[in-house]
Design a protein around this ligand. Structure first.
Ligand SMILES: Cc1cc2nc3c(=O)[nH]c(=O)nc-3n(C[C@H](O)[C@H](O)[C@H](O)COP(=O)(O)O)c2cc1C
Length: 409
């Protein structure tokens, strides 16, 4: 094993040992069929990531309610009907001493028209921005429903543990439901789940406390959190710091930092050309001086030099990577073996500026989804900058609602 910073072990506060500093971030695989069950494609894909050498591998977001999806093809875990396949998935993804954590999510109002006619949210505030027309306006959740959703998150986590996943991550970023509760712009509730920051945090804190009770003290529970929503009057960096401090105090095991939402997709802007271009590094460094919990930055890590610099300067505890690992699933091993060539994420184009501008997000996501499907079928990823194949691929697979905006990476 090399003497690189990326190859060092990480000990979580609960004593669990992570074999190295590579953290494969969540990428929604969109591989489930109509019944939203995991299948052999998930098993094959995660087997490759486990063999590829990362210390922690996150699943794509798994939904807690089949009536509320973020996109077609999401896996839903709301009961034990898929236990056999979940066990196979967990077994494949934990091979090679890999930690496999299930990311658990509810989209709230970010569930597109093609999927949800009646989305729910902390308050009945429609999604804004240029993508707003893709979503029906949400209705306000009752307090009883909020409590029911908390139980759903806890139940999904319980099933994940039972199936053999070695950790879970609460998706509190990118404008989804937990993030909606945290944001003063999205949450105008007057019950115990709205108003002060303490109240806006309650949904997240109750989910975490419920999971902790159900999963025991030494089962890793992580959180993906926005550094900010980058929206006037939204979840700010000051709010984010308070949430991090609270979650650290009550025992969260790891916090991954990202940012943005459908309205302002900051999470995928980093190109990795320099450390200034790896998003959220500065913010993460600030957090690291405030709390002892491992902080993981995701977004833009590409070159080994920048990864090493970030770890050496203690700006992040692990290196969060998503898109490059859909192209080359064994980046960690290649780095340890000294045969890594920087994997760049290129911009795809249809050749028409207006089309690129309008469908850029759908094209980008579809491209990486295609790559994950290739890997799941035992093929190699296929590099191209031609956007037509990913565009057609999604239309064929999911129908014309591909032209609805999707998550912003
Ligand atoms: C196809 C695709 C699906 C994604 N799905 C998720 C997801 O389910 N949950 C999540 O938190 N982030 C998701 N992301 C965002 C990534 O985890 C990551 O934050 C982002 O791609 C930036 O990291 P990168 O520059 O290393 O790709 C997704 C990104 C892509 C490209």
């Amino acid at each position: 094993m090399s003497n690189l910073f990326v190859s060092e072990k990480l000990v979580l506060p609960n004593g669990k040992i992570i074999k190295n500093r590579f953290f494969k971030s969540a990428m929604s695989e969109t591989m489930a069929k109509r019944d939203n069950s995991p299948n052999i494609m998930h098993v094959n894909l995660y087997s490759q990531w486990a063999k590829g050498g990362a210390g922690i591998v996150l699943t794509g977001n798994v939904m807690v309610d089949r009536t509320a999806l973020g996109e077609p093809g999401n896996v839903v875990v709301e009961d034990e009907r898929d236990m056999d396949m979940l066990k196979q998935w967990a077994k494949a993804g934990t091979a090679n001493n890999t930690h496999l954590w299930m990311q658990i999510n509810h989209p709230g109002k970010q569930s597109p028209k093609s999927i949800s006619k009646h989305p729910v949210a902390p308050s009945a505030i429609p999604v804004g921005g240029s993508y707003g027309s893709a979503f029906y306006p949400p209705r306000t959740l009752t307090t009883e429903e909020v409590k029911g959703l908390i139980q759903r998150f806890v139940n999904t986590a319980r099933i994940a543990k039972k199936a053999g996943f070695t950790g879970v991550q609460i998706h509190g970023a990118h404008g989804y439901l937990v993030n909606q509760f945290l944001s003063p712009a999205e949450n105008h509730r007057t019950d115990q789940y709205g108003g002060t920051l303490e109240n806006r945090m309650r949904f997240l804190v109750d989910i975490y406390q419920g999971m902790r009770k159900a999963l025991s003290n030494n089962f890793p529970i992580g959180l993906k959190l926005n550094s900010s929503d980058f929206k006037e009057g939204g979840f700010s960096e000051e709010d984010s710091i308070e949430v991090v401090k609270k979650m650290a105090e009550i025992g969260i095991d790891l916090i991954e930092i990202s940012g943005g939402s459908y309205e302002n997709p900051k999470m995928s802007s980093g190109t990795g050309k320099g450390s200034d271009d790896v998003f959220f590094l500065e913010y993460a460094q600030k957090l690291k001086s405030l709390v002892d919990v491992p902080i993981v930055v995701t977004g833009g890590f590409r070159s080994l030099e920048i990864m090493e610099e970030a770890l050496k300067n203690e700006r992040t505890s692990m290196i969060g990577i998503a898109r490059p690992l859909a192209m080359v699933p064994d980046i960690p091993n290649r780095i340890f073996q000294g045969r890594y060539e920087t994997v760049k994420t290129q911009r795809l184009t249809t050749g028409f500026k207006t089309l690129d501008k309008k469908f850029g997000t759908a094209i980008g996501n579809s491209y990486y989804e295609q790559q994950m499907k290739r890997l799941a079928k035992g093929k190699q990823s296929k590099r191209t900058t031609n956007a037509w194949s990913p565009l057609l691929h999604t239309v064929m697979l999911h129908g014309p609602h591909v032209f609805m905006p999707r998550r912003s990476k």
